[in-house]
Design a protein around this ligand. Structure first.
Ligand code: ISJ
Length: 376
């Protein structure tokens, strides 16, 4: 049997060769980048990479090695592309993004739309973000709010995107893809759900409780202690409070904010009924212009990927290579294409950062589609 020390010496010699060849290959890749800068060519050449993978696989002698060689060269070429993107950025051909930076998002005198009725958490978020010097109106659905800004009847919309207990507001992601509207800000609101009833009502006599499905979900543990209550989902927590106030039925209750309770003349029947103590909702501020605050520190994008193994891994490597810190990832099914997904990523940075531009350039070239949803 061969000696381990001898075997390792052989491996060391081979690795030295591999590193030498890797560096030689990367140097050629650098020259390819120079050519591409001159010729205005794209970095990523899908056909060439496909042919290359087939060619190197054919050189391997068994199935195990064919698979190994495929993975190895996919990585080598990904690194070769990243080097080229960096060189393009250095040469000032990183491309101009269709977003304009502004000092501040205009807040005074603007017109803002929110979904729901008076007393909705969205209204609270709006007040906290914009203050009182605005005019506002409300619409029935999130889609209506998106349409209002797309057509310009409102300057901004305030829409929920994520709740710390119930998770993401899925529909919002689909609407952000569908509409040419962009995120310019966010506002986090603590959702301190309370049980509201008519003045004089008592939990002992409640039969029905109304709220938004997320409101019911956020108070699931409390509601499990009252299984005899019928839970009725409505489009908004404030709609629930309004209904209880208007129908004047002592057996009805709503789960909504104290703010909605005050607005509709209801009494608090139980407080602190939500599952998590720090229950909050993140609202996004959306507009129809591609603008971002010059000190914005968070970017949201979405992309669709080819349905092949490793494609998400390769896409995410653009963040790692450019030292960009990812903070959130979500996936949503693509309508009409069963089992195919669109990915939504949040990461730290500003659209004026070189590293961010570089990562986005790589993703844009390699994904089927990519959309910048906003920098805020
Ligand atoms: C080096 C090139 O650029 C990219 C990298 C490749 C590689 O490293 O082999 C192949 C195709 C391109 O996606 C090239 O175009 O040849």
């Amino acid at each position: 049997m061969a000696d381990l020390k001898d075997l390792r010496e052989k491996i060391d010699a081979i690795d030295k060769e591999i590193v030498r060849l890797f560096e030689e290959r990367m140097d050629i890749s650098r020259q390819v980048a120079e050519y591409k800068i001159g010729a205005g060519r794209k970095v990523f050449d899908k056909e060439r990479e496909k042919a290359k993978i087939e060619a190197v696989k054919a050189m391997a002698h068994n199935e195990f090695n064919r698979h190994g060689v495929e993975e190895l060269f996919a990585q080598i070429m990904a690194m070769s592309r990243k080097l080229q993107y960096q060189l393009l950025a250095k040469n000032g051909v990183a491309g101009r993004l269709p977003f304009i930076s502004v000092e501040e998002i205009e807040k005074a005198g603007v017109r803002v739309v929110f979904q729901g009725v008076e007393g909705a958490y969205s209204q609270l978020a709006m007040k906290q973000y914009f203050g009182d010097g605005i005019s506002s109106f409300h619409v029935e659905t999130w889609r209506d709010a998106m349409e209002a800004i797309a057509e310009g009847s409102a300057d901004f919309a305030v829409l929920p995107i994520e709740n710390s207990t119930a998770g993401s507001v899925n529909d919002m992601y689909d609407l952000l893809v569908e509409f040419e509207n962009y995120i310019v800000g966010e506002q986090i609101i603590k959702c301190e759900q309370t049980l509201l009833g008519l003045p004089g009502a008592d939990t002992a006599h409640i039969k029905t409780v109304y709220s938004h499905p997320q409101g019911l979900m956020q108070c699931r543990r409390y509601l499990e202690g009252h299984r005899e209550w019928k839970q009725v989902p409505l489009e908004n927590t404030a709609v629930a409070a309004k209904k209880v106030s208007e129908e004047k039925d002592m057996s009805q209750a709503a789960i909504a904010s104290t703010y909605a309770g005050e607005l509709f003349g209801l009494s608090v029947l139980a407080e602190g009924i939500y599952n998590e103590k720090a229950n909050s909702t993140r609202f996004i501020i959306v507009t129809n212009q591609r603008i971002f605050r010059e000190d914005a520190g968070k970017i949201s994008i979405c992309f669709e990927l080819p349905h092949t193994s490793g494609s998400l891994y390769n896409m995410l490597s653009h963040f790692i290579y450019n030292n960009v810190n990812m903070t959130n990832i979500e996936s949503r099914p693509i309508p009409g294409r069963a089992w195919e997904y669109r990915f939504f990523i949040d990461f730290e940075g500003n659209l004026n950062d070189g590293a961010v531009k570089n990562a986005l350039r790589g993703i844009r070239e390699e994904a089927i589609t990519m959309k910048i949803l906003g920098n805020y």
